[in-house]
Design a binder for this molecule. Structure first.
Ligand code: E4P
Length: 214
């Protein structure tokens, strides 16, 4: 499973990229707003640090606006992927951009039917939102599992990005479900390599080492 970082924060990306754990990055307007810097500067800087796909989201809601914005965003760096909302207009823009050879990530996917539509429109990636489904009392991971089955049934090349990942269990279950990618908040990813028993074990080993004759 590939790891994308779900952040607009360059320091988080640099820290985790040093460990070889960053296969790509996803952003959204909320994450960009937290940085207090121009969108273009953030995306260009991320693309310099990360070789893999970097999702940048359009704001327009009409097909024309989305395609125009997408052309602009795609000109910023070769690894920019255009993030589009799961709407009728978003599907048409996805279809058009796919024909133009521009990679897309259809976001805000909350049902298997939506994911199937996006894959048929040619989306490079689809982003089912696990945490936000959990928030309304629906098991988000069931959607990831269903989409995995549906895409495999028909041989779609579209990759599943499990998004709205909130905790370690989400990441583990995403991997068990066979999603291609988990996009993980920069604040959560460091927690994946931590375990209290690892820390306790190190402490004990160091303590015991002190009594080894030197
Ligand atoms: C990524 O593509 C999504 O925008 C992001 O994972 C949403 O996460 P949230 O539901 O925690 O805001």
């Amino acid at each position: 499973m590939k790891f994308f970082l779900d952040t607009g924060n360059i320091d988080e990306i640099k820290r985790i990229a040093k460990l070889g754990l960053v296969d790509g990055v996803t952003t959204n307007p909320t994450l960009i707003a937290k940085e207090g810097r121009p969108f273009k500067d953030i995306i260009k800087e991320i693309c310099e640090v990360v070789d893999g796909p970097v999702s940048a989201e359009v704001i327009g809601l009409t097909v024309e606006e989305m395609v125009k914005e997408a052309e602009e965003l795609a000109s910023w760096a070769p690894n920019v992927v255009i993030k589009l909302p799961m709407t009728e207009e978003g599907l048409e823009a996805t279809y058009e951009l796919t024909k133009r050879g521009i990679k897309t990530n259809v976001t805000l996917v909350f049902s298997a039917a939506q994911g199937l539509m996006a894959a048929k429109a040619g989306a490079t990636y689809i982003s089912p939102f696990v945490g936000r489904l959990d928030d309304i009392g629906t098991e988000g991971m069931a959607l990831v599992r269903d989409l995995k089955t549906i895409l495999a049934n028909y041989g779609f090349e579209t990759e599943i990005i499990a998004a709205s990942i909130r905790n370690i269990e989400h990441v583990e279950k995403t991997a068990v479900a066979g999603a291609d990618i988990a996009t993980i908040p920069g604040s959560l990813l460091p927690k994946l390599w931590k375990h209290p028993l690892t820390d306790k074990g190190i402490e004990q080993f160091l303590k015991d080492w002190e009594i080894v004759p030197k």
